[in-house]
Structures are given as structure tokens and as C-alpha cells.
Design a protein around this ligand. Structure first.
Ligand code: HMG
Length: 390
């Protein structure tokens, strides 16, 4: 039975910081950001947006189009969790008026958990073919101010509807996976910013890609030329290019690697270049970007995917694009969202960064910024209060 992605909707916040301004403030060469790591702008979450508001705003266009009736599963993947007990998915369940006969959980394994959520959702709809699942990946990437990771911050969410008649992509059953217990990137419960051993993390990422790919290619007999395009987890865009380069080298491709990388990976990178790392969402933001921006029709073409989450788990998998997929995209909405953002200056960025959610149990109302369809209105007795804006 075919299972896979029926709709994909991306959301990022209304605010952003031009990395030229960050480079000037940190005394860095702008080209280190734009050329060296491949990033130009990063998304900034205002104080009244969090993983829940981003997730609900990402999912709303899907709900508006297909309704809620057959959705009986919400899998919420994140590493920016807002509660140790209650799933962020339940707040979204409330905001979107999802049915009460609906399983809702939150999943965590750094940036990888969106992929296991997608796979679990596919298995669960296969067991009950008239049902639909909502997979949501939502994250805010935060590193210490002034650290090497700072220019790779970002924020965003991707919502995917998973069904047995997927209008966009059918998942192939095969996968290669590589898990190892490493400390390349982590965030203890008492910290708001991640710790990262940056250079080490890039080596682990590449090794994980190699090991996952080795298994996948041995299982399927497919080579990289069997994929029309490949999408990667994108902590910064050059990481995806380096990973594809590594797999090409592993496959014995010596010549024209730069052109091949541009052709197979280039079109999936432009959203990330201007939002920054969206952790669990970034691989799927890349897929939405590819679908929205490619000139060449991808109908019936096979796509390759590498998902990576620090700590670490990597998975190489694939899927085949559904004929006629273009009529089920939200490309114009994504374009408008990215083109209408408001730039903040360095002072505003740092002020927003340094604000944290009060933890004293008093009642707070948050200043109203521009948001998507939902906002975090405030706190009451340690409870987050969300509201619909439009
Ligand atoms: P850094 O160490 O400050 O940068 O930060 P660098 O000195 O390595 O320079 C970066 C690149 O820019 C180098 O190119 C330089 O040569 C080049 P490369 O050798 O890599 O090809 N460069 C320039 N190019 C042009 N003009 C210039 C110039 N100057 C330098 N003037 C680092 C880089 C990635 C370490 C940092 O950004 C960082 O720590 N980032 C966060 C960690 C990260 O993103 N790791 C990626 C793999 S782990 C992962 O993907 C998981 C993650 O998403 C989390 C999760 O799973 O939850 C992070």
C-alpha cells in the first residue's frame, strides 16, 4: 500500500535578522557566513511565538483545506519542548479543534525525530487506511550570543498530512540508519541554548551520512544517479552540499561534483539560507523549498533524503513524487511569507534573545508582535495561554 506525504506546509516567524548586520556586530567577515557556511538571513521568533504557535500556523492551511474529520493522530517532533509532561501537540490539537478521537504525542531525538514521526505516521495510516495523520516539526535554534553557532540560528515549522493516497510523495520502504552515542550537540534541561562541539558535529554528520547511505545502497542497489534530487538535514546550507559531496566521493564520483551537487541539491536550499536552522523541520523545509522552486517537473521521480539528529541518529531514505503533485502545494503562501518578513536590528535581536518566559507563576500578558494565525498571549498560574489572531 502507498503511504506518504499528502500536503506539506511551512511556516516561519514574521521577523528576521540580516546576517550582514550580525557579521558587522561580531567583527566577522560577512563572506564567512554567506560563502563559508552558506547563510544570509536568520528567522527571529518574537516573544509571543513559540513551537506551538509556529506549528499551528504551519498546520492551519492544511486543516482549512482538508478539514479535521479523518485526522486521528498528531505526532509533534521538536527539541525546543515547552513542557516536560504535556505534548506540544495537545496545544495544537486545541487551537485547530482536532477531533477528540485522536492520538497525540511529542517525539524527541534532536533534528531526527520528524523523520521517525513521518515513518510512524505512515505505518499507522497503513493500518487504518481511511485515517490521516498530522506530522508537525517545529523548532527554535538557539546558540549562545557571540558563539560560532550563532549565525546558524533560526526558527520554523513544517506540518505534513500523511495518508494512504499521498498527493505529493510515496515513501519507499527501504532505509539505511546509523545510531551512535556521541556528544556533538546537546541541551541539558536547565539550558535554553544548546552546547555544540561544532567541527566535531560536522564530522559526525558526514560519517552518519556515509554509514546510512552504505546500508541504503546495499539494500536497494540504487545509486545516487537514481535520484532526481536529494534533500538533507540543513543546519546551514553548506553542510548539505558537503554531505552530498561526501556521498558522491564514497560512490566513486570524481568529476563534476560541484555541478552535480548544484543540480541534485541546490534547489532545496534557498529557504534555509534565509530562515536558518529549523532543526526537526529543516529537512522538510528543504523538501517544501524543492517542490516550490524547481523548474523541472518532478512527477514520478525518485527523491533521496538524509535526516540527521545530533547525539546521534542518521537515516537515508527515499520516496517517489506523485504525478500532478504541483496542484497540492502551498508555494504562493510560502513565497509571500518569506518575502514579507520584517528585519530587526542587532539591538532588537539581542533584546528578544534575552527575554525569557517568566517562571514565577504570576500572570503575564505578552506584547503583541506580528505573528501567524496564533500567538502566545501570556502566562497564568504557570499555564501558557494561546489565542487565535486571525
Ligand atoms: P566556525 O568554526 O566559526 O567556522 O563555525 P569555520 O572557521 O569552520 O568557517 C566555516 C567555513 O567558512 C569554513 O569552510 C571556512 O573556510 C569558511 P569549510 O572549511 O567548512 O569549507 N570561511 C570563509 N569563507 C569565505 N570567506 C571567508 C571565510 N572565513 C571562513 N572570509 C561551525 C562553523 C559549523 C562549527 C559553527 O557554525 C557551528 O558550531 N554551528 C552549529 C553546529 C552545526 O550546525 N553543526 C552541523 C552538524 S550537526 C547537525 O546538523 C545537528 C544540528 O542541526 C542539531 C540537531 O541535530 O538537533 C546542529
Amino acid at each position: 500500500m502507498r503511504t506518504g506525504i499528502d500536503r506539506i506546509s511551512f511556516y516561519t516567524t514574521r521577523y528576521c535578522l540580516d546576517l550582514k548586520d550580525l557579521a558587522a556586530a561580531r567583527g566577522a567577515d560577512w563572506k564567512k557566513y554567506s560563502v563559508g557556511i552558506g547563510q544570509e538571513i536568520m528567522g527571529i521568533p518574537p516573544p509571543d511565538e513559540d513551537i506551538v504557535t509556529m506549528a499551528a500556523s504551519a498546520a492551519k492551511p492544511i486543516i482549512d483545506e482538508v478539514g479535521v474529520d479523518d485526522i486521528d493522530l498528531v505526532l509533534f517532533a521538536t527539541e525546543s519542548s515547552i513542557d516536560q509532561s504535556k505534548s506540544a501537540g495537545l496545544f495544537v490539537h486545541g487551537l485547530l479543534n482536532l477531533p477528540s478521537r485522536c492520538r497525540v504525542v511529542e517525539l524527541k531525538q534532536a533534528c531526527y525525530s520528524g523523520t521517525i514521526a513521518l515513518r510512524m505516521a505512515a505505518m499507522m495510516v497503513a493500518a487504518s487506511p481511511s485515517s490521516k495523520a498530522l506530522v508537525i516539526c517545529s523548532d527554535i535554534a538557539r546558540y549562545t550570543l557571540g558563539s560560532p553557532g550563532e549565525p546558524t540560528q533560526g526558527c520554523g515549522a513544517v506540518a505534513m498530512l500523511v495518508t494512504t493516497s499521498p498527493a505529493l510523495l510515496s515513501l519507499d520502504p527501504e532505509y539505511g540508519v546509523h545510531a551512535e552515542d556521541v556528544m556533538d550537540f546537546w541541551r541539558p534541561n536547565y539550558r535554553e541554548e544548546a552546547f555544540v562541539d561544532g567541527k566535531y558535529s560536522t564530522r559526525i554528520y558526514l560519517n552518519s551520512a556515509t554509514e546510512s547511505w552504505k546500508q541504503y545502497t546495499a539494500l536497494t542497489g540504487r545509486t545516487l544517479s537514481d535520484f532526481a534530487r536529494c534533500c538533507y538535514h540543513i543546519p546551514f546550507t553548506n553542510m548539505a552540499s558537503k554531505a552530498h559531496d561526501r556521498l558522491l566521493k564514497d560512490s566513486g564520483v570524481i568529476e563534476d561534483r560541484k555541478a552535480i551537487i548544484e543540480a541534485q541539491v541546490g534547489e532545496s536550499l534557498s529557504y534555509n539560507r534565509i530562515t536558518g536552522n529549523t532543526y526537526t523541520a529543516s529537512l522538510y523545509e528543504g523538501l517544501a523549498c524543492l517542490f516550490d522552486t524547481t523548474q523541472e517537473p518532478l512527477d514520478d521521480k525518485r527523491l533521496g533524503f538524509f535526516s540527521y539528529g545530533s547525539g546521534s541518529v542518521g537515516e537515508f531514505f527515499s520516496g517517489v513524487v506523485t504525478p500532478g503533485y504541483r496542484s497540492s502545494l502551498y508555494s504562493a503562501r510560502h513565497k509571500h511569507l518569506l518575502e514579507s518578513r520584517i528585519a530587526v536590528d542587532i539591538q532588537q535581536y539581542e533584546d528578544i534573545f534575552n527575554l525569557s518566559i517568566p517562571s514565577d507563576g504570576w500572570d503575564y500578558s505578552f506584547t503583541e508582535y506580528q505573528t501567524g494565525s496564533f500567538r502566545l498571549a501570556g502566562m497564568q498560574a504557570h499555564k501558557r495561554i494561546y489565542e487565535m489572531v486571525r
